[in-house]
Design a protein around this ligand. Structure first.
Ligand SMILES: [Zn+2]
Ligand SMILES: [Zn+2]
Ligand SMILES: [Zn+2]
Ligand SMILES: [Zn+2]
Length: 125
């Protein structure tokens, strides 16, 4: 049941869950906007076709759970806002191209950019 539901939300071209789903006028199949590409041809039946945004599928994808790296299950539509403040998510250092989670970044800051922290703490303390 669950699998059937999910398979309806998967693109027949890339086999992933749709990103910006559009429905083809020719065969009523849905594809990601990137799988349609710049051509006006349907990726399955190769006919020139019109595409309209598939809002129903898009709304269903928005309410799918998304498991973040921190272990929390969130809704896909909340992913961007959660990731902005997630402590476990890997992000890059604002000073160099080091990548790590919040704790890693603090550790990294202490060893590599201590001058930034010293000026920060001297303001706070
Ligand atoms: Zn696709
Ligand atoms: Zn088609
Ligand atoms: Zn998270
Ligand atoms: Zn750094």
């Amino acid at each position: 049941m669950e699998n059937d539901f999910l398979s309806n939300l998967k693109c027949p071209i890339c086999q992933n869950i749709f990103i910006n789903p559009f429905i083809a006028g020719c065969c009523s199949n849905t594809f990601c906007v990137s799988c349609i590409g710049n051509s006006s041809k349907c990726p399955l039946c190769k006919k020139t076709s019109g595409f309209t945004p598939n809002r129903i599928v898009n709304n269903m994808i928005d309410t799918l759970p998304y498991a973040c790296a921190c272990g929390r299950n969130i809704l896909r539509k909340d992913r961007a806002s959660h990731e902005a403040e997630c402590e476990k998510l890997m992000k890059s250092c604002t000073k160099c191209n080091f990548v790590g989670n919040l704790n890693d970044r603090i550790e990294h800051m202490l060893t590599n950019h201590s001058e930034v922290l010293i000026s920060y703490y001297s303001e706070v303390v």
